[in-house]
Design a protein around this ligand. Sequence first.
Ligand code: ADP
Ligand code: MG
Length: 260
Amino acid sequence: MLNQSEDVLVVEGVNKNFGGLKALDDVNIRIRDGSVHAIIGPNGAGKSTFLNCLVGRLIPDTGSVVYYGRDGAHSLSGLPPHRINQMGISRVFQTPEVFNDLNLLENAMIPAFAHNDGAFSLNAWGGVVSRGEVREEAEHILEDIGLADKKEMVAGSLSRGDKRRLELAMCLVQKPKLLLLDEPTAGMARADTNNTIDLLKKIGERGISKVIIEHDMHVVFSLATRISVLARGHIIAEGTPEEIKGDPRVQEAYLGGAEV
Ligand code: ADP
Ligand code: MG
């Protein structure tokens, strides 16, 4: 049986079809608390579909998703995205979603309030806090993320790479327990990618568990403590980075393919 203290998320038997297409085919994954769990696989493997099923953007046809939050186990099945978010699961999208007309500081502050329907009592923050405290935390995070000097700029003027970083700030201000990242370095130059890797390592120090969907093997092997390989909607291998590197099925299905 499941050991609650070890897992932050347990996914069992998840299927998702789009018309005749099996986008997810009996997916089983356990995300261990404190881990950086990478999900890799070729384009169209079902990675984003999987993430969408975790955050309530899509509803699996069958299967269960159980989240072990701060206050015990919760089935995420059928819950709307904002409820899942309020429970401590934040997500960075494949295409950055920021408030283009607002400045960076405003962008970084808003999700903290969204967390509790705009009230000033923020569960994840451990009690009642003031707007000033949220502002201070948002400023800290922008500093950590290297965007402090742009905090008065409108988000719409940022490069794609900076928008992705801002999105990360917007997640962190919510103090999530589980952070889901869909290709966090997509579209970034190598130097920016390396900065993001450093940043994600730094975030690791905050004790946030992470699921990271990634195409770039350099990113995966720099960060992941555990890797699942998805191919045509099915998990074909799971293990430590060393085990995955040496798995011939993975080599064949993915690492040796044109995608890398
Ligand atoms: P990945 O993120 O691994 O590249 P996706 O999860 O985006 O893969 O897609 C998996 C498969 O499901 C692809 O064949 C894709 O075309 C299909 N798909 C994804 N979303 C939808 C949708 N909303 N409607 C129909 N087909 C979809
Ligand atoms: Mg995708």
